[in-house]
Design a protein around this ligand. Structure first.
Ligand code: HEC
Length: 244
């Protein structure tokens, strides 16, 4: 009996531990709602991504035309609104910045963001992009409560505005106690959070575009099953008509 319970506990802990690991070991992350079926959200996220991120970070596993097809973006819109770093829709989403230049400017090379949603997790990205604050002591003038001394500036500060962070110092340990809005941004807090959810949603798609294809295949499989059942039923009726 005891060993049964022990075994059960072991199984439960094995099931639960990857979830705990994925949450990043006790960091306080805000959770984000991911919905890959929401094409509007994915398109808004893509728009933010190419405008504000694709200058420093590449997403070099993705081609523009694949993204356009998956997100149902027509070619003229793609070329006019989303392709600033490429000439042809068939190109990969790479950047023109040389690694040596990036290193000289930021001290580190901005990582490729293709798989970040898988390595860091969506909640981490969502929290990170909402945790920047003004800090005169860093080279960029910005800092981040989730990623202290980060080399990335707050590229969306026009949207979010300028915030300072407060820390409680006790016994030589400083603990974050909250943000203070110093200059308001173009967006309300709610609108900014929504824009960041869309961007995170897009980065989840970027890390696993095949998920969208699976949705589509699932839809066709269901459709095929329905047609097949209807045909089988018609056939059954046809056979039994002669017997009755
Ligand atoms: C001006 C250049 C620049 C721009 C623009 C920029 N970043 Fe960054 N980003 C960096 C640098 C540099 C780092 C590395 C930070 C470090 O290691 O200290 C970084 C790191 C990151 C990380 C952490 C990656 C990891 O796993 O460690 C994420 C996520 C990220 N950026 C997302 C974004 C998003 C999303 C945008 C667009 C809204 C963006 N960045 C725009 C320079 C930039």
């Amino acid at each position: 009996m005891m060993s049964m319970i022990k075994k059960l506990l072991l199984i439960v802990s094995l099931l639960v531990s990857p979830a705990l690991l994925a949450s990043g070991g006790g960091e306080n992350l805000d959770s984000v709602y991911i919905n890959l079926a929401d094409k509007g959200s994915l398109r808004r996220g893509a728009h933010t991504f190419v405008n504000y991120c694709l200058s420093c970070h590449a997403a070099s596993y993705m081609r523009y035309e694949r993204m356009a097809a998956d997100l149902e973006i027509d070619t003229p819109t793609l070329v006019e609104n989303l392709m600033f770093a490429a000439d042809k829709p068939g190109e990969l989403m790479t950047i023109n910045m040389a690694s040596e230049d990036a290193k000289a400017w930021f001290g580190v090379v901005p990582p490729d963001l293709s798989l970040t949603a898988r390595s860091r997790g969506p909640d981490w990205i969502y929290t990170y992009l909402r945790s920047f604050y003004r800090d005169e002591s860093t080279p960029t003038g910005w800092n981040n409560t989730l990623f202290p001394s980060v080399a990335m500036p707050h590229v969306l500060y026009e949207w979010q505005g300028l915030r300072e962070a407060h820390f409680d110092e006790s016994h030589g340990v400083s603990e974050f106690s909250g943000f203070e809005q110093i200059v308001s941004g173009e967006m309300s807090e709610v609108a900014y959070d929504e824009a960041i959810s869309d961007l995170t949603n897009f980065m989840v798609y970027l890390a696993e575009p095949a998920k969208l294809v699976r949705y589509r295949i699932g839809f066709w499989v269901m459709g095929f099953m329905l047609v097949f059942i209807a045909l089988t039923y018609a056939l059954k009726k046809e056979y039994w008509r002669d017997i009755h």
